[in-house]
Design a protein around this ligand. Structure first.
Ligand SMILES: *Cc1c(COP(=O)(O)O)cnc(C)c1O
Length: 216
């Protein structure tokens, strides 16, 4: 299958309710253009430098999502244009995003990354820490960042019941936090190998790389 057909098929399958973020990390600009010409406008990257080079070279109506772990000293490079930061896991990072967004006279949308996987390597915070951030005085003073949802990555495993447990847990955390924080609307959950389970568990945003662009 070619990239354009993959985009068309995903759009059909996902419908209106689930946002497709096409994860283009390590892929050349011509692959992104192929997806763009098929109608895709939202692309995700996991390195700020690579994303910024692509942002400068490619059509300006692309919405760029940063899905990887963010180093605070690199926030300034994406602050002028980034449309959503998926993996925010500290108040310190929100503070930096707020500062750089303000310099650019804009507001940056973010998701808090909740750690749901068993693996040690996955970043993220727990539900109590997310609540603490959302209800902190410091956060209420950040006028140039908005937390609009949550993101999570399941354990990399063939055990799909484990993936389902982890995604269900994230869905519960999401519904719970939403009670007091109705601005939480986006639930970014699911990649090429597990997006179907993600959607069954309530995801409304999936991050698909290899099933669109091929193996990396
Ligand atoms: C690479 C990546 C994806 C996409 O992974 P695929 O398995 O290629 O679909 C999704 N989310 C994050 C955070 C990633 O780094």
């Amino acid at each position: 299958m070619d990239i354009a057909s993959n985009i068309k098929n995903f759009k059909e399958e996902l419908g209106e309710g689930v946002t497709l973020v096409a994860i283009s990390k390590t892929k050349p600009n011509e692959d992104i253009i192929a997806a763009y010409n098929a109608g895709q406008r939202i692309f995700g990257e996991n390195k700020i430098q690579e994303m910024t080079e692509k942002q400068e070279a490619l059509p300006q109506d692309i919405e760029w999502h940063m899905v990887g772990h963010v180093q605070r000293n690199k926030v300034k490079y994406m602050a002028p244009y980034v449309s959503l930061v998926h993996a925010v896991d500290s108040l310190k990072l929100l503070k930096e995003l707020n500062k750089e967004a303000k310099k650019n006279n804009r507001s940056i949308n973010c998701l808090l990354q909740i750690k749901i996987a068993e693996e040690e390597s996955k970043f993220g915070i727990n539900a109590a820490e997310a609540k603490e951030i959302l209800e902190s005085d410091a956060f209420s003073n950040f006028k140039n960042v908005k937390v609009i949802g949550l993101m999570g990555m399941a354990t990399f495993t063939d055990d799909m019941e484990q993936v389902r447990r982890e995604f269900s847990h994230l869905r519960n955390v999401f519904e719970d936090l939403k009670q007091d924080h109705p601005q939480l609307e986006k639930l970014s959950m699911g990649m090429s190998g597990d997006y179907k389970i993600g959607i069954e568990c309530g995801s409304n945003m999936v991050r698909i790389g290899s099933s669109i662009f091929g193996e990396r």
